[in-house]
Ligand binder design. Structure first.
Ligand SMILES: Cc1cc2nc3c(=O)[nH]c(=O)nc-3n(C[C@H](O)[C@H](O)[C@H](O)COP(=O)(O)OP(=O)(O)OC[C@H]3O[C@@H](n4cnc5c(N)ncnc54)[C@H](O)[C@@H]3O)c2cc1C
Length: 439
């Protein structure tokens, strides 16, 4: 019997998935709304459009989780990373591409593949499909389809208005910070970053004058009202932040025995305490400005950012409880989701989920179970992240904080990352061997 798969969305996840399936003999129908209609961020007729930056982030395999993720994908045979490598432009340690050339090459590869039929159409309902289906319509999924997804998943698509940055625990200057919960109520899951009056005033001045990311019209709509960026809150009055995210009340600094003048709380993000969230610091500042301005808080002067604060319209499924770690619906294992809509965040992460979905569908066709990955690899860590219940589920980038820890006798961050990366690549090579024999 002919193996066929329908994919909705010819973006990064959809194209990666389509090419991998087609190269393994599967017939793919790829539905893409362009060029009939464009979402507010898409402009080009090409598939796999990079809507904003041309950077696929770091290429450092042993020191950066996104670099490691790309290498994992290269080993498994990712078409999009291969094209990114072929279209790269000089950008130091990063893999930046010529965006037009990248999208054009992906489009040509997809359209010249005799196993793929590209259909220009706005899909409005999941009910129109049977058989294996992949939904890869991204953070700007059109409204009618979003309603249909809601009907199938029983879950509202969440708006991700503004997110606070996440930093590495190792990079917090504990000489300037102290551990403790407000009014001593809690389990010590917070690190507090105090500021004196002078430090607070300097911070406020720089925050108010810092450069912000350009807003598109669609990003100014009222849906963002509920989650105010820290710089907007700061503009409402000199002391507004001291009654908001920098409230010192109930936080006694053990060094002084008193509440500080202002204090930022960092909340633990993960079980192992490798990542901390700058609570209430959702922001629209440019990334470099976040590092500069937030670095004026003494405890954050050397902060290393796992995820910068971002602000834009972003629909995604609250995946835990809805999707399995193989990205299929728990209640219908023939319907898969891929890309940013699943709660992975970023270009490469979206491609990676498309690749995993293709692999898992091919395993289904071979009557084998989906890949069961632990958090040793970035691919596994991302897929487990989207399937693991969490009270405050938000999209996640590739980062070392979600990778399985390695206990080190002596603190050596660089060595730890190298060992984590080496371990991951060994596992991915084994997976590749298994897949070569199986699909
Ligand atoms: C404004 C914005 C800027 C971003 N900037 C960056 C960045 O700089 N770096 C980064 O790493 N990540 C960025 N992201 C996040 C994310 O990495 C990208 O959105 C990425 O393109 C997601 O890949 P995807 O395959 O999930 O979705 P997309 O690449 O958006 O692909 C989805 C495709 O589905 C199509 N589609 C939508 N609805 C329908 C429908 N009903 N029927 C048929 N087709 C449909 C769309 O036209 C699109 O081609 C940004 C996101 C947004 C919204």
């Amino acid at each position: 019997m002919e193996k066929t798969v329908s994919i909705i969305g010819g973006g990064l996840a959809g194209c990666e998935c389509a090419l991998f399936l087609a190269d393994h003999g599967v017939k793919v129908k790829l539905y893409e709304i362009k060029p009939i209609k464009y979402t507010p961020a898409h402009h080009s007729e090409s598939l796999a459009e990079l809507v904003c930056s041309n950077s696929l982030k770091s290429n450092d395999i042993y020191g950066n989780a996104c670099g490691l993720l790309k290498e994992e994908m290269r080993i498994l045979g990712s078409s999009l990373i291969k094209i990114a490598d072929q279209t790269k432009v000089p950008a130091g340690n990063a893999l930046a591409v010529n965006r037009e050339e990248f999208s054009t090459r992906v489009t040509n590869l997809v359209k010249s593949n005799t196993n793929i039929e590209v259909i220009a159409k706005e899909v409005t309902s999941l009910d129109d499909f049977d058989g294996h289906l992949v939904v890869a319509t991204g953070p700007l999924t059109t409204d009618d389809l979003a309603k249909s997804i809601f009907a199938v998943t029983g879950q509202k698509m969440f708006f991700f208005d503004a997110a606070a940055p996440i930093i590495s625990a190792d990079s917090i200057d504990m000489e300037s910070a102290f551990v403790g919960d407000r009014w001593d109520k809690g389990n010590g899951d917070h690190i507090n970053c105090p500021m004196n009056k002078e430090e607070y005033e300097k911070f406020l001045t720089e925050l108010l004058s810092a450069n912000r990311a350009e807003q598109k019209d669609f990003e100014n709509s009222s849906v963002f009202e509920g989650c105010m960026p820290v710089e907007v809150m700061a503009s409402r009055g000199v002391d507004t932040l001291r009654f908001g995210p920098l409230k010192p009340a109930g936080l006694t600094d053990p060094k002084t025995g008193r509440w500080p003048y202002a204090c930022l709380q960092l909340r633990r993000e993960d079980k192992d305490g490798q990542m901390y969230n700058l609570v209430g610091f959702q922001t629209n500042l440019l990334w470099g400005e976040q590092k500069r301005v937030f670095g004026l808080i003494p405890a954050l002067k050397n902060a290393e950012y796992y995820r910068y604060g971002v602000m834009h319209k972003n629909s995604y499924i609250r995946s835990p409880g809805i999707l399995s770690a193989d990205f299929s619906l728990i209640k219908n294992d023939k319907i898969f989701f891929a890309g940013q809509i699943t709660g992975v965040e970023g270009y490469v992460e979206s491609m990676a989920s498309g690749l995993l979905v293709a692999i898992n569908i091919l395993l289904h066709f071979a009557n084998k179970p989906s890949l069961e990955l632990d958090n040793t690899t970035v691919l596994g860590a991302l897929s487990n992240y989207i399937a693991t219940p969490s009270p405050d589920f938000q999209p996640m980038n590739a980062n070392f904080g979600i990778l399985k820890n390695i206990e080190m006798v002596k603190k050596d961050k660089a060595l730890k990352k190298r060992l984590q990366a080496e371990r991951s690549l060994e596992v991915v090579k084994e997976i590749k061997k298994y897949l070569d024999e199986t699909i």
